[in-house]
Design a binder for this molecule. Structure first.
Ligand code: FE2
Length: 385
């Protein structure tokens, strides 16, 4: 594993020598284009504990599209569905099925974000646009990234409304309890054969990101398949985008399966953090979220050895982790606990990771083999291995 020097300084410190021309305050929202936003919203509320936040649709004068906004702590999801055949959202849905269209990033200056990225060659998606209502104004702009995915820059320092102009507060009588999900740790993109380095360069050049960690096919492989991954991070470390590409193996890798079913590059998974993974995962399971099956007993037997010096600080009971199929990994700085859902739509595309970091800054490299073997068993069931 290659660890650039910048990692040693800690994520809060801006990369040595790099001028941050695109300061990002965090993830603002993630927008999904879905076939039936009303029902998807019900799933995210019931199964994941998201809360109703805002709405736009026919009742608010939005005639072509309806959007539901859900929130849990700092995570904000927008679910959008077209209301007629004319909406361009249909084309996205027809090709990709339900999936992530927008990764929106919170900035202080959306005009500058647009100018700095487009002058470096990023393709414009949305010119800087001012949206106003009685709560103030929001400026948004946007650029294209891999596949048909886009980044929208959101400047909301002069706005105190519920979400964005055009949305009203979504009052619901159905409010399942939140499940302790706090913020987005990272969002992973799958890109096509030999495209990873192109997109690594794109994030470096157009957005000023740095390659924070790299994994090649000698590290991420099973008996049957392999992939490569590079993790891109912005200057303050708040935004992390690992980028995966498939690698040659005996059988079809999970990345290829994704690319076939999504019909192109796109977001593979969102990793959501919790401070208590045992409680969160027990809650998610009780509410019907499906996770990948557990690794074999030998995996849990080997945990004390793998954690080494961090075993002393480990608060969780291994038996309890095993009961919930939670995975454990460690690096020099600490350990982490993680688990992966099955795809959350019918096409085997987008899924979620639930992660609790106990000092570790990695991505669970020690779990890749166990994880991918688990995914391959699922692929075999689908006939797509
Ligand atoms: Fe991940």
């Amino acid at each position: 594993m290659k660890t650039p020097k910048s990692v040693e300084y800690g994520l809060e410190k801006i990369f040595e020598g790099a001028q941050d021309f695109l300061p990002l305050l965090g993830t603002d929202y993630v927008e999904f284009y879905v076939g039936n936003a009303k029902q998807s919203a019900h799933y995210y509320k019931t199964a994941f504990g998201f809360q109703s936040l805002a709405y736009k649709g026919l009742e608010t004068g939005s005639k072509d599209e309806v959007s539901y906004v859900l929130q849990q702590d700092k995570i904000r999801l927008v679910l959008t569905t077209p209301l007629n055949s004319q909406s361009p959202v249909n084309e996205h849905l027809k090709k990709h099925g339900d999936g992530v269209k927008v990764i929106a990033l919170w900035v202080n200056d959306a005009r500058s974000a647009f100018e700095e990225t487009t002058k470096r060659g990023a393709k414009a998606f949305m010119l800087p646009t001012v949206e106003k209502d009685e709560h103030g104004e929001v400026v948004r702009s946007g650029i294209h990234t891999y596949g048909e995915t886009v980044h929208i820059f959101v400047e909301r320092k002069n706005y105190n409304g519920i979400f964005l102009p055009g949305f009203k507060k979504w009052k619901s009588e159905y409010n399942p309890e939140p499940l302790g999900l706090k913020y987005i740790d990272h969002m992973v993109g799958n890109v096509g054969w030999n495209q990873m380095n192109k997109w690594v360069k794109w994030y470096e050049e157009k957005m000023g990101f740095e390659n924070f960690l790299s994994f090649d096919d000698t590290q991420i492989h099973t008996e049957y398949s392999a992939l490569m991954s590079k993790v891109m991070s912005n200057g303050n470390g708040r935004i992390k985008f690992p980028i995966n590409e498939p690698a040659e193996g005996q059988k079809k890798s999970q990345i290829e399966e994704y690319l076939d079913f999504y019909e192109g590059s796109g977001v593979q998974h969102l990793a959501l953090t919790t401070d208590n993974i045992i409680k969160t995962v027990a809650g998610l399971k009780a509410r019907g979220v499906e996770f990948l099956p557990p690794p074999p007993q030998a995996y849990y037997d080997a945990i004390p050895e793998r954690l080494g010096k961090h075993m002393e600080m480990m608060k969780e009971d291994i038996k309890e982790l095993q009961k919930l199929s939670i995975l454990v990994d460690a690096d020099e700085e600490g350990y982490l606990l993680q688990i992966f859902t099955k795809p959350v739509e019918d096409r085997p595309t987008l899924f979620y990771e639930i992660i609790q970091r106990m000092g570790a800054k990695g991505f669970g490299a020690g779990n890749f083999k166990a994880l991918f073997e688990s995914i391959e068993r699922e692929q075999a069931n689908r006939g797509t291995l």
